[in-house]
Design a protein around this ligand. Structure first.
Ligand code: 5BU
Length: 264
């Protein structure tokens, strides 16, 4: 039998990043480890989706550069929905430049991501300077960073010693690093610091993929088998005929897999 895992509440107690602590507590209270990938093109759809699925999610993941409209009013509306439904906002920006450039990209530009996204993420390809740059902007605002340890797409290059280096960098910067984007954390980081959260994209109710390299695993295999904490679901939910009801199904699937893993 697999070893029993610590509960989200137990892990919140030892989490060193403010967002990681907040998220672990929120997941336990709301009984959800579901994040939605809200990859819709119109801002109107985005806000409607956030209101519909809000009660079922812990994280609302955006790609702000997909949207047809973005301004201070839209930002405020999304923030109000996050408060209303008690979820965190994750801008999936995948920063990948030198420290000095990511400082400007994270804090400024048209999107001012650090002003509204509780969580963002980065590749470690440039080395640790990217963490230091993002931290310079985000730490004082109480933000958290996820490092991309592995990807969901066929043929991705984030494997082996690269993934190990990401794990080590996260351990070293736990004041700002909230966790990882991973696929099979139990295979490369069975002893990771319990305050670090693993989020996994490429999730649908049935295994499969799309015609551009995306690969899907099920909530059960991601949370139970691979040892992740949060399932990230996009087309499986916003592409369904009833996104609210479908979000509830994913919430139940993710939550029962979690319960089984902590009582195993
Ligand atoms: P899907 O519709 O469930 O396939 O959407 C997956 C989302 O997760 C989408 O927003 C991607 O940009 C995001 N993603 C991913 O699919 N795989 C990865 O490794 C990373 C992000 Br990192």
């Amino acid at each position: 039998a697999k070893p029993k895992r610590q509960s989200y509440e137990q892990r919140a107690e030892v989490a060193k990043n403010a967002v990681s602590k907040q998220l672990l507590n929120l997941m336990a209270k709301k009984k959800t480890n579901l994040a939605i990938a809200a990859d819709v093109a119109s801002t109107k759809q985005l806000l409607a989706l956030a209101d519909q699925v809000g009660p079922h999610i812990c994280v609302f993941k955006t790609h702000v550069d997909i949207l047809d409209t973005w301004n201070a009013e839209v930002q405020g509306e999304l923030q109000s929905l996050a408060e209303k439904h008690d979820f965190l906002i994750f801008e999936d920006r995948k920063f990948a430049d030198i420290g000095s450039t990511v400082v400007a990209q994270y804090s400024g530009g048209l999107y001012r991501i650090a002003d509204w996204a509780h969580i963002t993420n980065a590749h470690l390809v440039p080395g640790p300077g990217i963490i230091q740059g993002l931290k310079q902007v985000g730490l004082e605002k109480g933000r958290g960073l996820l490092l991309l340890a592995e990807m969901s797409s066929k043929g991705h290059l984030a494997t082996g010693s690269y993934t190990q280096a990401v794990a080590a960098a996260a351990e070293e910067h736990q004041d700002f690093v909230a966790g990882f984007i991973s696929q099979t954390p139990s295979s490369w980081q069975p002893q990771s610091s319990p305050g670090l959260i693993h989020m996994t994209p490429g999730v649908q109710l049935a295994k499969g993929g799309d015609n551009l390299g995306q690969q899907y695993n099920t909530p059960q295999s991601v949370i139970g088998g691979a040892g992740s904490d949060v399932i990230i679901v996009g087309r499986g939910i916003y592409g369904a005929s009833d996104p609210r009801e479908t979000a509830q199904q994913y919430q139940e699937a993710g939550w029962s897999a979690y319960l089984a893993s902590v009582s195993a």
